[in-house]
Design a protein around this ligand. Structure first.
Ligand SMILES: C[S@@+](CC[C@H](N)C(=O)[O-])C[C@H]1O[C@@H](n2cnc3c(N)ncnc32)[C@H](O)[C@@H]1O
Ligand code: SF4
Ligand code: SF4
Length: 362
C-alpha cells in the first residue's frame, strides 16, 4: 500500500483571529506575498488530478486543510474539492480528510460536511478560559473560548472525531496541573500539545524554553501516569511518540525521525513547499499547476531541505537517548534544547522507569 499526504491552505494566511503567537502570521510576514487568493477551481483540479490521479494501485491518500484559518475560504471550496476527489478516485483509493481550525466559524453546515466525509477535526483550544482568551483573540479583541467550547459540543454530539491542539506557551508551562484538570473535567482525550515557537527573527514572550519544557512535562507526565495506572488512556502526542520508541517501534511524527521529510504543503495559489514551518519564498519547490508530484518530490530544493544540517546540543554526543530522540525537528529544536542543556534528556532521565514499564506492555 502506498501512502501520500498533502497539507493544503485553502485560504492562505487569511484568518479571522489574531492569536498573539501565530507562527503562520510570522511565516507569511517573511515572504513577498503575505496572503494569496482563495483556492481556485483550477488549483483544486490540479491538486486532485495530480495526486489521486497519480496512484494507479491501492493507496491511502490524506488531505489536511490548514492555514491561516481554512474555514475562511468558505465551505463551497471544500465541497468542490471533495466532488473533484470523488470524480477522480477509484475503489482502490482510501481517502482521508482532516482539518485544523480555530473553531469559531463552524456551523451546522460544516458539521454536516465533517460528518458525511469522516473528517478528523483538530480544534485549537488553549486549555482553560483565562489562558485561552489571553492568547486567542478575534479581530475585536474578544476572547474566543465560549465559541470554541460550543463547537466542541457540536463535534461531540455528532460523533465527529476530533483532537485538541493546545499551544504550550512559556506562561502555560507553569500550569500543568490546571491544564490537566481542565482536560479531565471536559473529557478531552486526544491532545496535541504544540510547544510555542518563537518568531524567526526574535524571541517572543510566548516562546517555550527548554527548561520550561522539562518543568511542564515533569509534572504533566505524573498526572497522566496516575490515570494510566487506573486504566484511563488520554492520548498526548509527545507520550504517544516517545513511549513506543522505547519498545523499538519507529516514530510516527516527523520531528522524531531525525531527518526532515517532504510534507507537500500547498499554498492556495498552488505553490508547494516542503514543510509548514518553511512556507517561505526561498523554500518554494514549484507549483502544482505546473509541476507533477514526482518533479516536486525530486527537486533540488526538496533534497537540500531534507539533508539540511541541524543544530544539535553539546549534550547530544554522549546522550543515551540519541536513538529515541535523534535531535528532533530543526525548526522546533530551540524549545527542546540549547547548547548546554536539553529538556528532553532531563525528562527522559526523570521518567525512564515508568516509560520503560509501559513500553514493555506494548
Ligand atoms: C497556524 S494554525 C492554522 C489552523 C487554524 N487557524 C488554527 O488556529 O487551528 C495551526 C496550529 O498551529 C498553532 N500555532 C500557532 N502559532 C504557533 C506557535 N508560535 N507555536 C506553535 N504552534 C502554533 C495553532 O494554535 C494551531 O493549533
Ligand atoms: S486562528 Fe490559527 S491562523 Fe489564525 S491567528 Fe490563530 S493560530 Fe494563527
Ligand atoms: S534527548 Fe536531547 S541531548 Fe539527547 S539526543 Fe535528544 S536532543 Fe540530544
Amino acid at each position: 500500500m502506498k501512502y501520500f499526504s498533502m497539507l493544503i491552505k485553502p485560504a492562505s494566511s487569511l484568518c479571522n483571529l489574531k492569536c498573539k503567537y501565530c507562527f503562520y502570521h510570522d511565516v507569511a510576514s517573511n515572504r513577498e506575498t503575505y496572503c494569496y487568493d482563495v483556492l481556485s477551481d483550477e488549483t483544486i483540479e490540479n491538486i486532485v488530478n495530480k495526486t489521486v490521479g497519480y496512484f494507479k494501485e491501492p493507496a491511502q491518500i490524506s488531505f489536511a486543510f490548514q492555514g491561516g484559518e481554512p474555514t475562511c475560504a468558505g465551505i463551497e471550496v471544500f465541497k468542490k474539492f471533495i466532488n473533484q476527489v470523488n470524480e477522480v478516485k477509484k475503489d482502490f483509493h482510501d481517502i482521508h480528510y482532516s482539518i485544523q481550525t480555530n473553531g469559531t466559524l463552524i456551523n451546522d453546515e460544516w458539521i454536516e460536511l465533517f460528518k458525511e466525509h469522516h473528517f478528523l477535526v483538530g480544534v485549537s483550544l488553549d486549555g482553560y478560559q483565562s489562558n485561552h482568551d489571553l492568547v486567542r483573540e478575534d479581530r475585536n479583541n474578544q476572547g474566543t473560548y465560549d465559541r470554541i467550547m460550543n463547537t466542541i459540543e457540536q463535534l461531540k454530539k455528532n460523533g465527529i472525531d476530533f483532537n485538541i491542539l493546545t499551544v504550550l506557551t512559556s506562561s502555560l508551562s507553569n500550569h500543568a496541573k490546571e491544564l490537566y484538570k481542565f482536560y479531565q473535567e471536559h473529557d478531552l482525550s486526544y491532545i496535541q500539545l504544540i510547544p510555542c515557537l518563537s518568531d524567526f527573527n526574535h524571541e517572543s514572550e510566548y516562546g517555550l524554553k527548554p527548561k520550561e519544557f522539562f518543568n511542564f512535562y515533569n509534572e504533566f507526565f505524573d498526572l497522566w501516569f496516575e490515570e494510566y495506572r487506573k486504566g484511563i488512556y488520554r492520548s498526548v502526542t509527545f507520550f504517544d511518540n516517545i513511549i513506543p520508541m522505547f519498545a523499538g517501534i519507529p516514530p510516527q511524527q516527523c520531528g522524531a525521525m531525525g531527518f526532515c521529510s517532504m510534507q507537500f504543503v500547498a499554498e492556495s495559489n498552488g505553490d508547494v513547499y516542503p514543510c509548514d514551518f518553511y512556507v517561505l519564498d526561498q523554500y518554494k519547490i514549484g507549483n502544482i499547476n505546473q509541476n507533477t508530484i514526482v518533479e516536486l518530490a525530486k527537486s533540488k530544493i526538496t533534497q537540500e531541505f531534507i539533508q539540511e544540517k541541524r543544530v544539535l546540543s553539546n549534550q547530544c554526543n554522549s546522550c543515551p537517548y540519541n536513538k529515541m530522540c535523534r535531535g528532533n525537528c530543526k525548526r522546533m529544536s530551540g524549545v527542546y534544547f540549547d547548547l548546554e542543556y536539553c529538556g528532553i534528556k532531563e525528562f527522559l532521565e526523570a521518567k525512564e522507569k515508568q516509560i520503560v514499564a509501559i513500553a514493555q506492555t506494548l
